[in-house]
Design a protein around this ligand. Structure first.
Ligand code: GAR
Length: 212
């Protein structure tokens, strides 16, 4: 049994998609052992409590990142976490955090990285005028939105899209991409060559999946 630790800051819809995928057996032999938020008022933390999961709030305000991260790492270790999943966690991780979980922290970002890292990725895509954007699940390294890519899903930008409509269509794909990426990583059926994720699975795994 593998133990997931979820970090979130807000709504928590990706967390819920992961929890649902575990419940229906799409992510096999895993549980969510702790959900941590840096904001007490995050809807995601209330949703986690409502599902009967262990939760912890580790406030960020007025504290050094390293101090906050040390508390989070201790909490993850107490709960025996094998894989950390950032699900709308809007804080940069300290180098100590990344070093504590080598190739064992995943993040989801609402663009096809390396395009549009950072905040408001969907608005950045609209403003730039791209025809295709999407979402990326990647390992976390010391740089923002930068680590090895596990999976991407493409989303067309439609005429008349605004930030809200585009974000909603990307979010639908995020909810498919994140459970799939977690299940691939937990299977251990891959190697990383330079910065490429290379699947060893016998079935056909593709790095980019175009949304239907
Ligand atoms: C998601 O769109 C996620 O990709 C994004 O925040 C949203 C969280 O939604 N993350 C980032 O922008 C990280 N750079 P959720 O709380 O409903 O999962």
């Amino acid at each position: 049994m593998k133990h997931l630790g979820i970090l979130l800051s807000g709504r928590g819809s990706n967390f819920l998609a992961i929890a649902d995928a575990i419940d229906r057996g799409q992510i096999e032999d895993a549980d969510i052992s702790i959900v941590i938020s840096n904001r007490a008022e995050a809807a995601g933390i209330a949703a986690a409590r409502a599902r009967g999961l262990s939760t912890q709030v580790v406030e960020a305000r007025g504290r050094k990142r390293a101090e906050q991260d040390a508390e989070i790492i201790a909490c993850l270790q107490d709960h025996g976490v094998d894989l950390v999943c950032l699900a709308g966690y809007m804080r940069l991780l300290s180098p100590e955090f990344v070093a504590a979980y080598p190739q064992a922290i995943l993040n989801i970002h609402p663009s096809l990285l390396p395009a549009f890292p950072g905040l408001d990725a969907q608005a950045q895509a609209l403003q730039y005028g791209v025809a295709v954007t999407g979402c990326t699940v990647h390992f976390v390294d010391e740089q923002l939105d930068h680590g090895v890519i596990v999976l991407q899903r493409a989303v067309p930008v439609l005429q008349g899209d605004d930030e809200e409509t585009l974000s909603a269509r990307i979010l639908e794909q995020e909810h498919i991409a994140y459970p799939e990426a977690i299940s691939r990583v937990l299977s251990g059926n891959y190697t990383i060559v330079d910065r490429r994720y290379v699947s060893r699975a016998s079935h056909n795994e593709t790095l980019i999946e175009e949304s239907k």
